[in-house]
Write a protein that binds this ligand. Structure first.
Ligand code: NI
Length: 154
């Protein structure tokens, strides 16, 4: 495993539409392992592959609900609304208020290529929405109101 550099807003890789994963091989496992090490080092709730410069549809989420590796994730259902604060490891020192669905259901593949679904609510749903947006080149700052400076917690 290796810690990876988290690219910052302004880098064109963050604006790309990412490609689907087709090969569930050692390169993918290495990417996933590096993403785990990086998201934990950065104390993030989630991380998308383009944030470490890899334009593939791969996301990791690290929350109370567990640690999830989401490959080729897709929304199946969305319900309700929630409005709250969001930040991003690629937009250091800022936070903004974003409205998201309160509940989502997604379908994805595991690292061994198996199809799974998960239903998420609240912060877990928010993290999924935020990270899936990264796969289509969308950053929370595109959707946020009231973007403010926050102190770095490190
Ligand atoms: Ni982000």
């Amino acid at each position: 495993m290796a810690l990876r550099y988290v690219v910052q807003i302004g880098d064109p890789v963050l604006r790309q539409k990412c490609e689907e994963v087709k090969k569930f091989d050692n390169d993918l496992f290495e990417l996933l392992d590096d993403m785990k090490e990086t998201v934990r080092e950065e104390n993030g709730a989630g991380l998308a592959a383009p944030q470490i410069g890899v334009p593939l549809r791969v996301v990791v989420i690290d929350l109370e609900e567990g640690y999830f590796e989401l490959i080729n994730p897709k929304f199946i259902a969305q319900k309700g609304k929630q409005t709250g604060a969001e930040g991003c490891l690629s937009v250091r020192g800022k936070q903004g208020i974003v409205t998201r669905p309160n509940k989502v259901k997604i379908e994805y593949r595991t690292r061994d290529g198996r199809k799974r679904t998960v239903t998420a609510e609240g912060l877990f749903a928010r993290a999924i929405c935020h990270e899936l947006d990264h796969l289509d080149g969308v950053l929370y700052v595109d959707l946020a109101q009231n973007i403010v400076d926050v102190k770095e917690e490190k």
